[in-house]
Design a protein around this ligand. Sequence first.
Ligand code: F6P
Length: 342
Amino acid sequence: MRVGILTSGGDAPGINATIRGVGKTAINHYGMQVIGIQNGFSGLLYKDTIELTDASLSGILNLGGTILGTAREKIFRSMIFSPDEKDREQIKDAYHELGLDCLVCIGGNGTQRTTWMLSEMGLNVVGVPKTIDNDVYGTDVTFGFDTAVNIACEAIDRLHSTASSHRRVMVIELMGHHAGWITLHAGMAAGADIILLPELGYNMRVVIDKIKKRMEIGKAYSIVAVAEGLEVPTNERPATYFAREIEERTAYETRETVLGYIQRGGSPSPADRNLGTLLGGHAAQLINERKYGRMVAKIGNEITDVPLSKVAGRLRLVTPDNDLVVQGSRMGISFGTYDYPG
Ligand code: F6P
């Protein structure tokens, strides 16, 4: 069998561990041939490929980024969802010309939707969920998330000392376009005082009251963790908006930090390496069993798989009954809409 692997969408630490997991299992355990498709789905169209071997898959386990390159895929997406059947025929032709028996697509929500569409077109595909945002529906966790949370947690830890020295409010903006998972987990792990998530919204009065109350009881500084996807009423970034509003409304010196792409770069954590390895190995197993049209997943402690049709077009978001939100609220951490527990 001949298997293609591609990576699409924003990169995440652990992709290379996953490519290695799929590739080495496919080659060494199932005797398959494996090629890497470069720079996402466009590499499929332009047949931009490299042969992957046991040797070429060595030494990449701890590397950040993706050895295959990745892209945001606007052109490919417009082709696959185009009303013109010819666009889809071109994609199918490229798949067949490469002699593929299956294509493994490693990516986030957008990629899984595209992968499902390829499956609907009759191509053999397996999806592997990937994103630091942890918002792929159908899996409890994606690789990249643990690494990003570690980086974000360390950043907040570091803000504590400088915030305390200067008696300032520190606002830190963390990644998460639709979902606040990184902000929730890093904020809780690093002891943020206010955690603002796109899913929960916020009330500025609650945020300001919380900061003032902390100052009144002698807590001379506050840390606000805000997700980048939180909607604010101006064109500012959430961190800029909250830092400005807080300083204006409380008169406490306030500073902002936008952590940005630091969260996506560099070496994956051991947990993300092992998650990528397990998901990759399971993808190879699905191919061997000819179980196509599915996305590998981790549900509870089990590595398993779910139909792409159930995943496509959906997001996994933080809900108010999340354990960390409930416990955090009970302890007095503000989620912007929650006051102290009764
Ligand atoms: O991969 C997810 C993510 O990190 C989001 O949190 C962020 O909004 C987005 O990627 C930004 O990605 P890019 O600038 O690479 O398109």
